[in-house]
Design a protein. Structure first.
Length: 420
């Protein structure tokens, strides 16, 4: 197969910036959902556990939608998928203020808006750009796009909290719905489907070169190969922990701040700081993934989270403590995405990256489901989140260890045995 023509620097930057802007909006909607937990509970009287369960369904649906939309994008192109996702996200957010039952919240926030955000998220956007960029630019592009999602959290967390405080949570939700429609025109540069080149994600000089894509291999066969590979499954287990951490904090950090007797503005500022510092973390992870073993970056990231949370539990609960927690965790927040996407592409090639990386994000969001849901149950049962913090530490240490035996060599498809 001939090599992909080199993109001009201007075209490459336009592609990366567009994908980053889309993720800024979709992740801004997803990562500020915890700010609405208490206002929705107050407005509906459903209880913290019930609203947390609806948000937990949303965490799972966001992940479940990505391999499905990723497969569609791999076949038909990313532009249409992103447009559909923008419409779904806007519709779900706009309908939320008009429902007052558990099932209503599950449908609007748990299914419709979450699936819509998934259609404009990591697997589709990183897959769409990676298939068009030269191999040496892909890790940086993944980090830059990932940073766009963090910037969305930085921008929308204080904005949504300010609107909630001034005009109410319904107005904030409708504002986010209107903003999400901007993803539709932004999908234009990603509209056409490009031929899938036999190129792979750039890797460290210390690791083997990626394998070429297997000619003629179908999606079903590729999935069978991937799901039998231990390294791919280890990535899933690590990403499960990442999702658990993020969903718990996004959903319940405002509640933790309130338990400490601090104003709601502290939680909004902390969420914004997480997004701000994750910009640096994402860009750093993307750059380091071109020089060092990506499994080592993942192990260090997860191990750092365990240390950070342990220090938080020992510290006095002041606004500065939460800001320091947010800054430290923010640097590791979604820094796991570039090396995880890089390893998936390195192991299996670029042809089905949107689908295979989408499946790891499904595991991420299964963890997210439990992080959001069990956080609500912990609060109802024990009156605080202490046991959730302990679970965070244990899972982080486990994730650090499970990434160490990952094999970074490409998975080679066994040749068919000719019959006599």
């Amino acid at each position: 197969m001939p090599n992909q023509p080199e993109m001009t620097p201007r075209a490459a930057w336009m592609l990366i910036l567009t994908a980053s802007a889309i993720l800024m909006i979709t992740m801004g909607a997803r990562l500020t959902s915890g700010l609405f937990l208490s206002p929705i509970n107050t407005a509906t009287g459903l209880g913290i556990a019930t609203v947390s369960f609806a948000l937990a369904i949303g965490q799972f649906m966001w992940g479940a939608a990505q391999p499905v939309f990723g497969a569609v994008a791999d076949k038909y192109g990313s532009g249409r998928v992103i447009v559909l996702g923008g419409v779904m996200l806007a519709a779900g957010l706009a309908a939320t203020p008009f429902v007052s039952s558990e099932w209503g919240l599950i449908i609007t926030m748990g299914i419709l808006s979450a699936a819509g955000a998934g259609a404009g998220s990591f697997s589709i956007l990183i897959g769409a750009t990676a298939q068009r960029l030269p191999a040496n630019k892909r890790p940086f592009a993944a980090g830059f796009i990932n940073a766009g999602g963090s910037f969305g959290q930085f921008v929308f967390a204080p904005l949504m909290q300010a609107i909630i405080a001034s005009t109410g949570w319904a107005a904030a939700m409708l504002t986010m719905a209107a903003t999400s429609l901007l993803t539709i025109p932004l999908a234009w540069p990603l509209r056409s489907r490009k031929a899938k080149p036999a190129l792979q994600v750039a890797v460290s000089e210390a690791t083997p070169a990626p394998a070429p894509a297997a000619a003629g291999i179908g999606l079903g066969e590729q999935l069978k190969i991937a799901l039998r590979d231990r390294s791919y499954l280890y990535l899933h287990l690590g990403f499960f922990t990442c999702g658990f951490h993020i969903a718990f904090l996004v959903t319940h950090l405002p509640g933790e701040v309130a338990l400490c007797g601090l104003p709601a503005g502290v939680s909004a500022s902390a969420l914004a700081l997480i997004g701000l510092f994750n910009i640096a973390g994402s860009l750093s992870a993307g750059a380091l993934s071109t020089r060092y073993r990506m499994k080592s970056i993942l192990a260090l990231t997860y191990g750092a989270r365990a240390v950070i949370i342990g220090l938080y539990l020992l510290a006095p609960k002041t606004p500065m403590t939460f800001y320091m927690l947010a800054a430290a965790l923010g640097f590791t927040w979604l820094a796991t995405v570039p090396p995880t996407a890089g390893l998936v592409g390195k192991l299996f090639g670029m042809r089905y990256l949107s689908t295979l990386f989408g499946l790891t994000l499904l595991s991420h969001q299964i963890g997210g489901f439990f992080g959001a849901w069990l956080g609500g149950l912990s609060f109802v049962t024990y009156g605080d989140y202490t046991w959730m913090w302990y679970a965070d530490i244990v899972l982080a240490l486990g994730a650090a260890l499970i990434n160490l035996p990952i094999r970074e060599a490409p998975v080679v498809r066994a040749p068919a045995v000719a019959k006599a």
